[in-house]
Design a protein around this ligand. Sequence first.
Ligand SMILES: CC(C)(COP(=O)(O)OP(=O)(O)OC[C@H]1O[C@@H](n2cnc3c(N)ncnc32)[C@H](O)[C@@H]1OP(=O)(O)O)[C@@H](O)C(=O)NCCC(=O)NCCS
Length: 185
Amino acid sequence: MSSAIRKFAGALLRRLQSLRFYRLLGRGRLAGLLVREVVPADYPALQRLLGGPDPSAGQSAPRHSNPQVTEWVAEYGGQLIGFVQLVRRPSAELYGGHWLFSLIVASRWRGLGVGERLSQAVIDRSRQEGAPRLDLVVYAHNLRAVRLYEKLGFVQYTHPLLEAQLAGELAAAGRRRVVMGLSLE
Ligand SMILES: CC(C)(COP(=O)(O)OP(=O)(O)OC[C@H]1O[C@@H](n2cnc3c(N)ncnc32)[C@H](O)[C@@H]1OP(=O)(O)O)[C@@H](O)C(=O)NCCC(=O)NCCS
């Protein structure tokens, strides 16, 4: 496929995915979608999915044995099509508590309920662990993600420890990240 056709097809798909009608039709289309924890055999496929730096790089323990981190993939037809992390840190730290990070769904599989299923796995586990809340950061202009989190009950709030950092990012890069939280109590 030429790059112009690929670009056009991508733009068309993104337009379709933005339509609630498309997303409604897509619900249940992925019968057999599996959301499961990451195993080491997933790493090569994960790297391709993430297409960038490994989100676990630089963490204090190897990814699979780090008790602070749980990772899930969405698998469909033997292919990894989505990923998310739950990170827990001591409450005194900057990102203290339970945080949802690195949610991504492969572009052609968006709008079919995969992001929601992955996020729900993080919410369910946090609740099982007795966490009082689950937080995340998201670019304010990333409306697909913001809408997803709102649908799941997250609300935007001013995080006392992160506010200065986020304001600094806005001043330096012109892009605003916001904190959203979900009460689990
Ligand atoms: C954000 C992202 C994870 C959503 O995943 P997804 O599988 O496409 O989302 P779902 O199909 O589960 O949609 C769940 C809800 O999200 C919202 N949503 C998803 N796509 C949307 C779109 N294009 N426009 C508006 N809202 C959208 C809707 O509220 C939707 O519920 P609805 O269909 O009942 O209206 C996906 O777009 C993605 O990977 N984006 C790039 C990475 C990213 O931005 N990650 C977030 C980092 S914080």
